[in-house]
Each structure stands twice: as C-alpha cells, then as structure tokens.
Design a protein around this ligand. Structure first.
Ligand code: CS2
Length: 489
C-alpha cells in the first residue's frame, strides 16, 4: 500500500493541514534536507500555521521528485537509535522541480515575491569555491558555462544569481538565502559566491546594490547524522507504518540547528521545533565542523583502510578512538573560541555515543565521499593555527594522508573495497595531477601542490612532508602503524 494521506496511520504526520502556499524554496532535495530543515519547518507549521510550505528543487536526479509526486509529496523519516525505532511522515513539500530539467522555472520560482526564504543543502561541493583561494572558482567548467549561458544556469550559484537578477527586475521583494550546508561562515560564504558570480556576469550595479541591501544570508550550523536509505529503511517504514514509501530517510534521533536571526522577510517559528537562534553561530559552526565533521573524516578514512564498512565499526577500533581523541584534544578543540556556556566535555562525550550508533549503521564510504571539498572546511584553518605556532598537526596530517590513500592511492597500493566505494568528484583531476610521480613522496607532493588545498597550507613544507611520511607508512606497514606513529610524534 503506497504512502498517502489516506493510507498513513493516525498520529504519525508532522506538518499542518496547510494551504498550498509556499514561502520557502529549497535547493537540494537530498536526504539531509528531508530529515533536517524540512522536519523543523513541518513541526514549526504544526505549532503555528503559516504560508511556509516548501517548493523542493532537486539538482539533477528525478528519482526523489518522481517518488514524492507519486505519494502526495509525503515521505517518512525513520529514526534509528539503540533505544528503538520510530517513523514519522513529513508533510511540508507542496511542489517539486528538477533544476537540470527546468532551470527557467526554478529561476522564476526564486524571483516570485511569494517566496521569502531560499534554503540550500547542496553539499560542500555545490558552492564552486576554489580550494586554493576560497573565492568563486571562475575556472570551473560549470561556472564558465553558467556565465556564458544566462538563460540556462546549471549550478546552484548560477541559479541563485539569475533568480536574484530576475527578482530585482520584478520589483525587488526582499529575500533570505539560508545555507544549511557544512560550511564555515555558511551564510557569508554563500553571499560571497553569489556576489562574485553577479560581478563576473557584469550584472547591473542596481542589482548588486539591491542584493547588498535587501537579501540576507544568515549563518547557520546544521547537525543530524543522515545516512543513505537502504532496503532496510523501506522495510522499517513498512513494519512501523504499514505503507510503502519510495523516498524514506533514515536518521539518528539527535538534531540541532543554530541560526542567526537575520531574515529579510519573515520566517517560520523554527524555535517551536527546537531550533536555536543565536548571535554566536560562527562559534557553533566551528565546534560542529571541527569536532564532529573533522573527526568524522578521520574515522572514515582510517576505518576504510582498516576494512571497516560502518562508522560505528571504525570508531569501535581502539586505534581509531585514540587518534580521534588526540585530534580533538590537541588540535581541534584549542582552535575554537567556544560559544558562551558551551560544555565541550559533554559535547565530545555525546559525539562518541552518536558515532557508536550501530542501529543507524552510517557508512564510512558516505562520510569519506567528496573529501576534496569536505576536508577544506575541516582541516586547513586549525592546521595553520598550529603550524603558525611551530607545531605540526599530526592527526590532521594523518587525516589528509589517509584520504590520499583512499581516493588517490600511490602506485601499487590497494586501499580496498570500502575506500573504492567513496565518491570523489576530483578523482580524475587527482589522477591527472599525480600521473608520472616518481615515488610516494612525489605523489603526495603532486596532490598537495595540485591546487586541492589552500596555498597558505601547502606553503608549509613541514606539513607536506609529514603527510608524505604518513602515506609512506600506510603503504608499507598499514594504517594502524601510521596511526601509532602520528600518536607518538
Ligand atoms: C559527515 C556529515 O558526510 C560527512 O562528511 O561528516 O554528513 C555529518 O554526518 C553531518 O554533518 C552530521 O550533522
């Protein structure tokens, strides 16, 4: 029996018997959005009805859009924890689109003054930020294509910029663009990318002035571990709700959203759903990006090289736990000015519990995917802080070394099936950069000097050389030996 309003069991619906009006356009209809901001919005609407339904825009894939359309835009979130499981159905999407199929409709939707907030979950990779300079990557083929063809933007930054141009021309109703990705200074970064695109597109000065005056880009910290759906997710929903859901999302119970209250045209009462409005968002972002995400990358790459398929299985290895504890205590935590009243010990303890969630079974290959853009948000800044003090960040060097061994292994090294399952959009460029490297050290140098990391970081030979040492140990003696070496340095 397919999921629909008529078939779902009573009491399991989150949302409001809402009007079909939509105040929010969301770009990136993936799992994270559906288990995070969409749930907060549905709960906020249940607490205080309003015009905040969501137009959900998938980047390329029709799969989720087709599935949602076939089930009245409903889907379930299957919460998995050692304490048990529960499923709820989210009713907040009113319309869905696929950007790649209908860019013009997406641009028109962004320009429509009925829409007052645009939320984004397009992943670190979706912002086209240069690894070397931190500015918009004007050399990226997709950005060049969007600049050349204003009528048919394909990138998120291009869609936003063209949507803003059209909105300005249509009277310039104020708008909030709220990034919900794991980016440092997520709002400010998004503003920079969009403004740099508009400048490169030679947008009229009035448009740039209007964006500066009437479009806000609040920073935000987002947090919930959301793996990919599997057959077990669908079976779990069937068992708990008695319906077939073609677009369910598994998630942990924990969820957190800290947002700057800087909205140009109103917002849902997300605090009714537990969101925190704060002036210290950038501190929360750093806590999350470094303690959780930075450690997560280390768990993923060490675990993959040790043959561990899941995050809990990797985290359960003593050598991984020791490396992560050292990374947090010696390298990440000292780099952060904590938010007022924030208890770091409690937070770290809760992270180890969350990473131990075998019921959720989050995969090392998921967390290890897209490392070329994720690591940039997690490693360079805290690493530079230590390098400036004359110290070499051992665990961060290990993170980068293990990433290299997973996604661009030196000749003759076989990282294994878990690493092979990691998606890495830069794989081809990485292979090209390292082709012909004479030895392991040359291979590592080619990656680190190949434009994949900020120049400021790779200008430190002691860092580059430490990464090379650790890659050499991984390929000759294995990842456990390399971790022992990084821990004893
Ligand atoms: C993970 C995140 O994919 C990753 O690299 O670290 O998706 C992580 O699960 C979330 O940020 C948790 O909020």
């Amino acid at each position: 029996m397919r999921l629909s309003h008529a078939t779902l069991p009573a009491g399991r619906l989150i949302g409001a018997a809402a009007p079909e009006r939509t105040g929010i356009v969301h770009l990136g209809l993936g799992n994270f959005h559906r288990a995070h901001a969409a749930v907060y919005t549905a709960q906020a609407l249940a607490a205080e009805p309003g015009d905040w339904g969501i137009v959900g825009v998938a980047n390329r894939s029709r799969r989720v859009v087709d599935a949602l359309r076939a089930q009245e835009n409903l889907y379930s979130v299957l919460e998995l924890s050692p304490a048990g499981e529960r499923a709820d159905v989210v009713d907040v999407h009113r319309r869905t689109l696929v950007a790649a199929d209908d860019a013009d409709e997406v641009v028109a939707t962004l320009a429509d003054p009925a829409h007052r907030i645009v939320t984004l979950t397009v992943s670190e990779n979706g912002y086209h930020r240069s690894a070397r300079t931190g500015d918009l990557d004007l050399d990226a083929a997709e950005i060049r294509a969007d600049l050349a063809d204003p009528a048919n933007p394909r990138t998120t930054v291009g869609l936003l910029a063209r949507g803003l141009e059209r909105r300005a021309a249509a009277g310039g109703a104020p708008l909030t663009i709220l990034s919900c990705d794991n980016l440092q200074s997520a709002g400010t970064t998004t503003r920079n990318m969009v403004e740099q695109f508009l400048a490169a597109a030679a947008a009229p000065q009035e448009v740039l002035d209007w964006v500066a005056a009437s479009v806000t880009f609040p920073n935000a910290m987002v947090d919930r571990i959301v793996p990919g759906a599997t057959d077990e997710t669908r079976e779990g929903v069937r068992r708990l709700l008695g319906v077939d859901d073609a677009a369910p999302v598994p998630a942990e119970a924990f969820t957190m959203w800290v947002i700057e209250d800087h909205f140009a045209a109103g917002r849902p009462r997300w605090e009714a759903a537990g969101a925190i409005f704060s002036d210290e968002v950038e501190a929360y972002e750093l806590v999350k990006l470094r303690l959780l995400n930075g450690s997560h990358s280390l768990i993923a790459y060490l675990g993959a090289l040790d043959g561990r398929e899941t995050i809990p299985a990797s985290r359960g290895q003593d050598f991984v736990e020791e490396a992560v504890r050292a990374a947090i205590a010696d390298e990440y935590l000292p780099s952060i000015a904590l938010p007022t009243g924030f208890d770091a010990d409690d937070y770290v303890a809760s992270l180890f519990t969350r990473w131990s969630n075998h019921s959720l079974g989050d995969r090392t290959s998921r967390v290890g995917s897209d490392g070329s853009t994720k690591l940039l948000q997690r490693v360079p800044e805290p690493a530079l802080r230590l390098l400036h003090q004359g110290e070499v960040p051992q665990q961060m060097a290990l993170t980068v070394a293990a990433w290299i061994c997973c996604v661009v292994p030196p000749a003759g090294f076989v990282p294994g099936p878990v690493a092979d399952a990691m998606q890495e959009p830069a794989r081809a460029r990485l292979a090209q950069a390292t082709a012909g490297a004479p030895d392991v050290r040359g291979h590592v140098g080619a990656v680190l000097h190949g434009g994949f990391f900020p120049d400021e970081l790779t200008a430190h030979p002691e860092f580059v050389s430490r990464v090379a040492d650790l890659v050499e140990v991984i390929v000759t003696h294995g990842v456990r030996a390399a971790t022992r070496e990084a821990l004893s340095a």
